[in-house]
Design a protein around this ligand. Structure first.
Ligand code: FRU
Length: 491
């Protein structure tokens, strides 16, 4: 049954490929060959290669009964799509193989995921049943299902109970789950000797509807530089000041997870990325000790114009996570410099109340530059990217001196999207260092060596390739700009 469903899904994808439109197709980000993608799942290093799985609906570019798509890479840059790994083929997961994680034990790769069933109408999330399931593989290609290993939530009034993240701690397997009891969110922990039998440890942390949202999806718990990080995707936070304007956020808290399974917080909740499209982030531990992170580079209910072209959804670039006091830093994985092709340097220096088209064009570009705040008097200055010849389409990234914020403005970034996101710039800061990655339908901005990042989808026309610099009412000073065209790997 499982194999037959996987074959059928594979044929559906093959059939769609010739019809797929490529206007927004990403060149070096992972996206599904056709159909829908959401969360990254099962991030793992197995037998010398990185494996990434993802929530996948092969039959349409809309969310539907979830499969696990699959790709692998030996260098984090070049990815090979592999056959779909999991299909919702059994009574316990018949409406979806929801998000989860992967671990390696001996020579076996294990996937731990949530089996989802609708008890009422499909889509009625007040009537659902969720169980935690196990599957395994020795070749990293085909998976055997072992069925549910946790069948009932610890309390009868918990119904939302999903997204198992498993890791090894002191020779035992630990599992974190996101849950919702009534209207309050919880982080639940289980422990196991063998991945098949699990004991409930307790609720490591709980939250209140008002300040913490109503559900914590996609938890991840890992140690980083002497601290424990609880990374998660809270649903239901209210917008406040400049924060929480996306439908849902991706956040973290730092603290210590003790051996009894209590998470003692040492810092408040913080947003992980500040763009429009970043959710359900997960991490893996690379063999060299780096903590690597991927997120779904979209957001529920956002405009997704690539759906008309028979595909939808993408993962962010892999990022290296590190800790800086009570904050996390995310830098693009160092391997990504392999994408760089020809390099150009642009020396624009000072722009006086002016707009200047630069001598560089492209959809797949990386920029490295500094904005010199000390020498600038402009109200705002920065770059306009993916501009049409008439500048009607444009994605703006600039320093706003009045707000003292770095602004990403996708008000005119093409089909469907709109809105502005920003990060603070302190009053002591004399410059902003930027690293910007543009792909055909995305922008990722790393600010001040990863202190902040902004990741957003944009949908400009394929011929909107102009880059310009601008300064409004005063002088804007730019440090030397390095620009690389990036490899179009057609992932
Ligand atoms: C997060 C999420 C998970 C769930 C999956 C279903 O985006 O809602 O909680 O497992 O997506 O596709």
């Amino acid at each position: 049954m499982h194999a037959a469903l996987l074959d059928e899904a594979h044929r559906a994808i093959e059939k769609k490929l010739p019809e797929r439109g490529n206007d927004y197709r990403l060149g070096y980000h992972l996206s599904p060959p056709a159909g829908w993608m959401n969360d990254p799942n099962g991030l793992v290093y197995f037998q010398g290669e990185y494996h990434v799985f993802y929530q996948h609906h092969p039959y349409s570019a809309q969310w539907g009964p979830m499969y696990w798509g699959h790709a692998k890479s030996s260098d984090l840059v070049h990815w090979e799509h592999l056959p779909i790994a999991l299909a919702p083929s059994d009574t316990y997961d018949r409406d979806g193989c929801f998000s989860g994680s992967a671990v390696v034990a001996g020579d076996t790769l294990y996937l731990i995921y949530t089996g989802h069933t609708w008890l009422g109408e499909p889509g009625d999330d007040q009537k659902i049943h969720q169980v935690q399931c196990l599957a395994s593989s020795t070749n990293g290609l085909t998976f055997t299902k072992h069925g549910p290993v946790i069948e009932t939530p610890p309390h009868p009034d918990i119904m939302h109970f999903r997204d198992p993240k498993v890791w090894k701690r002191a020779d035992q397997w630990w599992m974190a789950l996101g849950a919702r009891q009534g209207d309050d969110p919880q982080l639940l922990l289980y422990r196991s000797e063998d991945l098949h039998h699990w004991d409930y440890l307790g609720c490591a942390l709980d939250g209140q509807r008002e300040s913490d949202g109503y559900m914590w999806e996609c938890p991840d718990v890992f140690e980083l530089d002497g601290c424990d990080v609880f990374l998660y995707s809270p649903q239901g936070l209210k917008p406040s000041g400049y924060d929480n304007w996306n439908k849902f956020q991706n956040s973290y808290r730092l603290g210590q997870l003790d051996n009894s399974g209590c998470f003692i917080e040492s810092s408040r909740l913080r947003e992980l990325d500040h763009g429009h499209d970043f959710y359900a982030a997960q991490t893996l531990l690379a063999p060299d000790g780096r903590r690597l992170l991927w997120a779904w580079m979209d957001m529920w209910d956002s405009p997704m114009p690539s759906q008309e072209q028979h595909w939808c959804g993408a993962l962010s670039l892999p990022r290296e996570v590190s800790r800086d006091g009570d904050r996390l830093r995310m830098r693009p994985a160092r391997e990504l410099t392999a994408l760089r092709q020809s390099r150009q340097t642009l020396d624009i220096g000072k722009l006086e109340s002016q707009h200047r088209t630069l001598d560089v064009r492209g959809a797949l570009l990386e920029f490295e530059l500094e904005l010199d705040l000390a020498g600038s008097t402009a109200e705002r200055f920065g770059l306009a990217l993916r501009c049409s010849e008439d500048q009607q389409e444009r994605t703006l990234l600039y320093f706003d001196a009045m707000a003292r914020r770095l602004i990403l403005d996708r008000q005119h970034s093409g089909a469907g999207v709109s809105g502005v996101r920003s990060v603070p710039v302190t009053s002591e800061q004399t410059r902003i260092a930027l690293r910007i990655f543009l792909d055909r339908s995305s922008i990722e901005v790393f600010v001040d060596d990863g202190a902040y990042s902004l990741s957003s989808r944009i949908y400009p026309r394929p011929d909107s390739l102009v880059v310009s610099a601008f300064a409004v009412n005063g002088a804007g000073v730019f440090g030397e700009i390095s620009v690389w065209s990036l490899a179009d790997l057609k992932l």
